[in-house]
Design a protein around this ligand. Structure first.
Ligand code: AMP
Ligand code: GLY
Length: 428
């Protein structure tokens, strides 16, 4: 079985690591991949957004299954393009991926199916938005409608900030046409969690819970990033919260798609705010989270290729009883280039990566890395996802930071408090 994975981050490295454990897999390609991925798969230099190039490659190589990591190709319709040529691909079609591709679509979907989320208004005129914002209560949140590489959400403490946000998004178009419309919504408070599930359109296979750390500095300070670390499971998602997420968020969403004749297959990722034990949806994504995938997959004891195939064949209900998660906890600490999420320098040699080859409790998933003269150098903002298991979250954190301490390059920075929020649930 030949598999193609699309993407180049830690999420894709973790997916490939897990896919490789399936005995029927004979060859894995990754487009475009990174230095770590190149140890497990053949990297091909096709960009993730080049749907035509990816299709041509998959046809030529007779790929049995394609797994899409990032949202860009999904929103561009890669699943429709592959399926029209008879190729098997894991991910939602374009009319379903719009759940992530348009925040206005997602909010209206939530409204139609009574899925708990912040109250909101939609604007397609900057003047109408300003008129509303003059009288609005603060803080509030302004979101560009379309994809904005994780930067399209601005929390505004007062009218001045809101006016600037509208001007940046709708007038100066800093996110291009993603800013043709905006959502203005209430600011929610609580603790965030990520809830990732796979669905074949009728059955939902929930993954264990996880929690991301979006802000660049400790104690959630500084600008937002793609995610500076994650852990699993997230104790904020208690059994009661879990049940509410299934009954109030996941089930109504799937029912809604069915009713609207949209065939949703693939990942549904709900970014949640848990407020006094009640889950509210902040956003939906149509793909696995990064870095959440890294701590999740290191805990997944079942075969992931079977999960992908059952999703595509509408037979998730048959495999759900066999899906197992390790009782261990896991943590992923992202090591980033100095300056990230702002400007950073690339090309520094990364030392210490050979320390972990034999360690079953630690995986070093690569994101922005590249091989130069046989050596691994930093080549992006988020560089490594150091992912560790432990009997408890406390032990996973210790194992993770112990591993981090052995790796270094010029300018490296990382948060020192990944997983700390979980510890408060275990204090006696
Ligand atoms: P999103 O890309 O929609 O997940 O938003 C990015 C981050 O902005 C989230 O992880 C939250 O930290 C924050 N955020 C988004 N929407 C809200 C909201 N309504 N209230 C408070 N924080 C929010
Ligand atoms: N970790 C956040 C995301 O994948 O969107």
């Amino acid at each position: 079985m030949k598999i193609l994975v699309i993407g180049s981050g830690g999420r894709e490295h973790a997916l490939i690591w897990k896919i490789k454990q399936n005995k029927n897999v004979t060859k894995i390609y990754c487009a475009p991949g990174n230095a770590g991925i190149s140890q497990l798969a053949q990297c091909v230099p096709i960009e993730q957004g080049d749907v035509d190039g990816l299709l041509k490659f998959a046809l030529e190589e007779n790929i049995s299954l394609t797994v899409v990591g990032p949202e860009e190709p999904l929103v561009k319709g890669i699943v429709d393009a592959f399926q029209s040529k008879g190729l098997s691909i894991f991910g939602p079609p374009q009319n379903a991926a719009i759940l992530e591709g348009s925040k206005v679509f997602a909010k209206n979907m939530m409204k139609r199916y009574n899925i708990p989320t912040a109250d909101f208004e939609v604007f397609d005129s900057s003047q109408d938005a300003i008129n509303f914002l003059i009288k609005a209560k603060y803080p509030l949140v302004i979101k560009a409608d379309g994809l904005a590489a994780g930067k399209g959400v601005i929390i505004c403490k007062n009218f001045e900030q809101a006016k600037d946000a509208v001007s940046d998004i709708m007038v100066d178009k800093i996110f291009g046409e993603a800013g043709d419309k905006i959502v203005v919504e209430d600011c929610l408070v609580g603790e965030e969690a990520s809830f990732i599930a796979v669905t074949d359109g009728k059955t939902i296979l929930p993954f264990d819970s996880s929690q991301d750390h979006k802000a660049v500095y400790d104690n959630d300070e500084g600008p937002n990033t793609g995610g500076m670390g994650a852990y699993s499971p997230a104790p904020v998602v208690t059994k009661d919260v879990y049940d509410k997420i299934i009954s109030r968020v996941m089930n109504p969403l799937i029912e809604g798609f069915k009713r609207e004749n949209i065939s949703y297959k693939g990942v549904i990722y709900a970014g949640l705010m848990i407020t006094n034990g009640e889950p509210y949806v902040l956003e939906f994504n149509c793909r696995f989270g990064d870095p959440e995938t890294q701590p999740l997959l290191i805990r997944l004891q079942s075969d992931i290729v079977e999960i992908f195939e059952a999703t595509i064949n509408h037979s998730l209900d048959k495999i759900i009883p066999n899906v197992r998660w390790s009782n261990s906890a896991s943590v992923c600490i992202v090591m980033a280039s100095g300056g990230y999420p702002g400007h950073y320098q690339k090309g520094f040699y990364i030392s210490g990566l050979d320390n972990f080859n034999q360690d079953k409790n630690v995986m070093i998933f690569h994101a922005g890395t590249k091989l130069v003269d046989g050596k691994v150098v930093n080549n992006g903002g988020r560089v490594l996802g150091v992912t560790a298991l432990g009997f408890s979250i406390k032990e996973a954190i210790e194992n993770g930071y112990n591993a981090v301490s052995k790796i270094s390059w010029q300018g490296v920075h990382y948060r020192k408090d990944i997983g700390k929020k979980a510890l408060k649930y275990f204090k006696s």
